[in-house]
Design a protein around this ligand. Sequence first.
Ligand SMILES: Nc1ncnc2c1ncn2[C@@H]1O[C@H](COP(=O)(O)OP(=O)(O)OP(=O)(O)O)[C@@H](O)[C@H]1O
Ligand SMILES: [Mg+2]
Length: 376
Amino acid sequence: MYLKQLNVHGLRNLEDVQLSLSPGANLFWGANGSGKTSILEAAYLLSRGRSFRTRHLRSVINHGKKDCTCFGLLSTDERQGYPIPMGVNRDVGGKFTFKVDGEPIRTASQLAETLPTQLLNNDSFQLLEGAPAQRRSFLDWGVFHVEHGYRSLWVRFQKCLKHRNSLLRHGRIDSAQLAAWDREFVSLARSITRQREEYLEQLLPTLQRTIDRLGSPGQMEFNFHAGWDTEKSLEQILADSRERDRLLGRTQWGPHRADIRVRCDGRIASEVMSRGQTKILITALKLAQGFHFHKVTGRHCIYLLDDLPAELDANHRSRVGRMLGELGVQVLVTGVDRASLEQSWLDPLSPAGGGAPHRPTVFHVEQGTVSQHSMV
Ligand SMILES: Nc1ncnc2c1ncn2[C@@H]1O[C@H](COP(=O)(O)OP(=O)(O)OP(=O)(O)O)[C@@H](O)[C@H]1O
Ligand SMILES: [Mg+2]
């Protein structure tokens, strides 16, 4: 699966860009502020219905325009020769339209299902260094894409949590009502936790292999934490912490507090690893998810790598390039320096399912316009 075509109109400084993309690596190089990240932002918008840079999509729309549009043609194995058209439009008034295969769709999760993407950018450091929410969303990406029904489970849990919290904030709590919500909460919490745990367990061997190949600073450990003390029953924990929950006005324990605790040689990884080592580990996590996703579903996700060369030496850049090649995925990658980008892809990428390797396509980005070059 890959984006054959990506057209962008009115997104940041990209007024009118039409790209015929390679099924393998697509390298975008250009000066600071030329529009490289905006191209990845456009592909991300198409795949998630939101930006990775801002919550306010209005700021994404080109200052001189009334709306922005991203359009893609998605080539898939199931529909060879008939790519799936996908489109996202957002106007300054806030109207948002998503379309897949000519049909309007209601939720962004349908975009994500059609076009799964993995993003690696400066914010990805948060996966190791940031709050547990970052690691939960990493886990949930995986479970969502391999387990049907996970999203609806998650939506039900969010609603239940919201109801329980609003009940806790009421002056006088109706115990019977709270008990009913607690039963629902515990049952959903168990299902979510079981699926997250199983996913991480299945991912770990692939993750370990990926880390070994990319180069590890030490013995890595990934321990799942459910979001409460699993030595005790969640029912009991909810009952015991009810008074404090009421004072705080929120539920303290549950899957909304889950985490993956990462250690390197027995120490908290984020406290001992260098910037480059952290980037390598994060890249390994995202690559492992792509390999696992392919193993379980037979499908591929698309990798968006913003400023890949930053923090990585030439050796690690080419290891990343080689592994993406083995995975046979489409990659959109940016960098300011053409040579260091190209060096990462000296080995042509092997397409999924065999066949002749793909040569990378090189694009030069200049003040919002993009031109295609051949690789030197
Ligand atoms: N709404 C907007 N309308 C027009 N231009 C915008 C808008 N928002 C941002 N820009 C401009 O778009 C340009 C593209 O930014 P982008 O972040 O894509 O550049 P980049 O090539 O990734 O740069 P860098 O190498 O510094 O990361 C910038 O010059 C920015 O000032
Ligand atoms: Mg950028």
